[in-house]
Design a protein around this ligand. Sequence first.
Ligand code: FPP
Length: 242
Amino acid sequence: MYSQLDRNRLPRHAAIIMDGNGRWAGALGLLRSAGHTAGVKTLKKILQTAVDLELEALTVYAFSTENWKRPLAEVDFLMHLFSEYLEKEKREMHENNVRIRFLGRTEEFSPLIQSQIRDAEQLMQNNTGVKFNIAANYGGQDEIVRAAKKIAARVLDGELALDQIDDKLFESELDTGESPPVDLVIRTGGDLRVSNFLLWQSAYAEFWFTQTNWPEFSPEEFIAALVDFGKRERRFGAIKST
Ligand code: FPP
């Protein structure tokens, strides 16, 4: 599969909705938590692939603002996994020159997780490799509303004039900051929806869906998605160039 990959036609920014952990576990008669644990292993492999391919940015959806509605035990388990993941993986990510950043309302997490997030972000803040964004307690509409509020506050402060507000300025106030626009959104687990993920950033993204549940998603399938992306003709609203 690697041989079919044209390195000049890779997405600058790939984003993944890691869905199907629970169904994968259920089909094997395991607890949903086992699905999430397996999901972390997949994430590790996919991040390594992004590092190997020198992707500019990879964003993954780890926890939505709606996920608090899950049973408390599952939410607690996911929090424990985030915490363990950060502790275990941050050194290796740092050695791989990864720059981690969290998107979403991280201030609603426990003080422990918030401090782990800050530590990891600080440790890697000057790294120049893959921009690795983890969307956690994230919702795309919520992100847009928060950006609008930050801009409104700057206007009220007299720091910004209404005429200075354009798409570039708006983008700079989103959680993704300096990551480029999303080129490719991958969703595992068979559902064909966007689920409030990176609504602004994926305005011109290509989409790639697979039935594979996240724990079984492999670097080979990731590369298949990237190969497919490389074959797409992107017009960004214009007509085909001749
Ligand atoms: C969707 O599967 C997955 C989640 C809500 C959590 C994603 C979390 C991980 C992949 C592991 C932890 C991540 C980090 C960053 C440590 P689902 O539970 O909705 O599956 P289902 O649709 O089959 O029920």
